[in-house]
Unconditional design. Structure first.
Length: 351
C-alpha cells in the first residue's frame, strides 16, 4: 500500500518522493495523488484519487484500518425497503402478504431491526405473545432481509442469523368434539344469513382457507358438474384443484347471482364484512345458551376438516387435500389419529 503521483504525459504512477520522471524529467503534478491499498484477504486493490498529499495520507490510514477489519470492499447497506418487499409479496405471496404487513407495522417497523441485538430486543418486547406468534415475527424479519440480500441491497449478514426460533408444540387441538360439532352444524344450517352459512359449511366440508373460498368464480374455478374447484393464488402461491364431496356440493348455490360463487349478501366480494358476521354468529350462539365457541376461529374449520380425515386417509393424501407444500405442516394432525391407530392394531392377528 502506498501513495502515488500520476504523470499526465505517460499516465504512469510513481511513488511519492520521486519528484521527477526518469525519462523526460518533467515535474509530477502536486494536485493529483492516488492511494492504492491491497486487501490482504482477497488480494483485490482499492484506490482513490486525492487532491493533496495531506488528504491522501488520511485516506491511506482509513484504507489500512478497513483492510484489517475486512471491510475494505464492503458496500454500504441500504435500509430495508419494506414497501418494495410488499409489492413483491403481493404477487408471489398473495395468500399471506396482508399478515406480513400487519406484523411488520405492529411489531417491527416502530423499532430498530438491523442488528442481532435489535432483533433480540424485538423478541423480548413480544415475549408475552404466543410462541407461534413470536416465531412468525422472527421469520418475517428473516424473510425481508433475505429478500434484500438477494436483491443486492443488503451486504451484511442477516441480523436474524444465529437467533434460535422459539420452540412450541404446534399440534392442532382446537377442534369441536362430535356432539358439539353436530350442534354447530345444525346451528349454521338454520342461521338466517345464508351467504355466511354457505361459506362456513363449505370451509368445514373442504378444508379450504377463507381467501380461497371467497375468491372462487363461476366462470373459471368450478367444473360444470360441480365436482372440482380450482383455487388460484393459494398461500404457497400455487394454483391447485380439489375434488368436492356431496356435502360440499350441497353448499354451492343453484344459480349464480354474482361472478363469485360465494358472494356477500350484496352480491359483491365477501371481504372484511364476513369477519363481523362471523363474530355476530358466535355471539348469537353464546347469548342463546346454545354453545360457547367465542374462541373458535374460522381457520379452525380447516383444522376440523383435517382432523376428521387424520388416520382415515394416507398422510400424503391428506397433504394434497390440504394443499400443504411441506409434509411437516400435515404432521401437525398426526396425533389426532392415535386412537384410530390403536383400533387398527387391535385388528391385527399374528399367528
Amino acid at each position: 500500500m502506498a501513495i502515488y503521483q500520476r504523470c499526465k504525459v505517460c499516465k504512469k504512477d510513481y511513488p511519492v518522493g520521486q519528484g521527477k520522471r526518469v525519462c523526460c524529467q518533467s515535474k509530477l503534478p502536486s494536485d493529483r495523488y492516488q492511494v492504492k491499498v491491497a486487501d490482504p484477504n482477497s488480494g483485490r486493490w482499492k484506490s482513490k484519487v486525492c487532491p493533496s498529499l495531506k488528504v491522501a495520507k488520511k485516506i491511506e490510514r482509513q484504507f489500512k484500518v478497513a483492510a484489517v477489519e475486512g471491510t475494505l470492499h464492503s458496500r454500504p447497506d441500504v435500509p430495508p425497503d419494506f414497501p418494495r418487499y410488499l409489492e413483491w409479496a403481493k404477487v408471489n405471496k398473495p395468500g399471506s402478504w396482508k399478515d406480513d404487513l400487519s406484523r411488520w407495522n405492529k411489531h417491527v417497523a416502530p423499532y430498530p431491526h438491523s442488528t442481532p441485538k435489535d432483533v433480540r430486543d424485538i423478541l423480548h418486547r413480544v415475549r408475552h405473545l404466543a410462541p407461534a406468534t413470536r416465531r412468525q415475527i422472527l421469520q418475517l424479519i428473516r424473510k425481508v432481509y433475505n429478500w434484500h440480500i438477494q436483491s443486492g441491497d443488503w451486504h451484511s449478514p442477516n441480523p436474524t442469523r444465529g437467533i434460535t426460533l422459539p420452540k412450541f408444540d404446534n399440534k392442532v387441538d382446537n377442534t369441536l368434539p362430535p356432539d358439539q360439532l353436530k350442534l354447530f352444524i345444525d346451528s349454521v344450517e338454520s342461521y338466517h344469513n345464508r351467504h355466511m352459512a354457505r361459506v362456513v359449511l363449505f370451509a368445514l366440508y373442504t378444508g379450504r382457507r377463507f381467501s380461497e373460498i371467497v375468491n372462487l368464480e363461476w366462470d373459471r374455478d368450478i367444473t360444470m358438474d360441480h365436482r372440482f374447484i380450482t383455487c388460484r393464488h393459494t398461500k404457497n402461491s400455487l394454483t391447485l384443484s380439489f375434488p368436492l364431496s356431496s356435502q360440499a356440493r350441497s353448499c354451492i348455490p343453484e344459480h349464480p347471482s354474482s361472478r363469485y360463487i360465494f358472494p356477500s349478501p350484496k352480491g359483491k366480494h365477501y371481504g372484511n364484512t364476513f369477519r363481523k358476521t362471523w363474530g355476530t354468529f358466535k355471539r348469537h350462539l353464546w347469548k342463546q345458551g346454545i354453545m360457547d365457541i367465542r374462541n373458535y376461529r374460522f381457520h379452525d374449520l380447516r383444522h376440523q376438516y383435517a382432523s376428521a380425515l387424520a388416520g382415515r386417509v394416507d398422510i400424503y393424501i391428506l397433504q394434497r387435500l390440504l394443499g400443504h407444500s411441506d409434509i411437516k405442516l400435515t404432521m401437525r394432525y398426526a396425533h389426532l389419529a392415535d386412537s384410530r391407530l390403536q383400533d387398527a392394531v387391535e385388528e391385527v392377528s399374528i399367528s
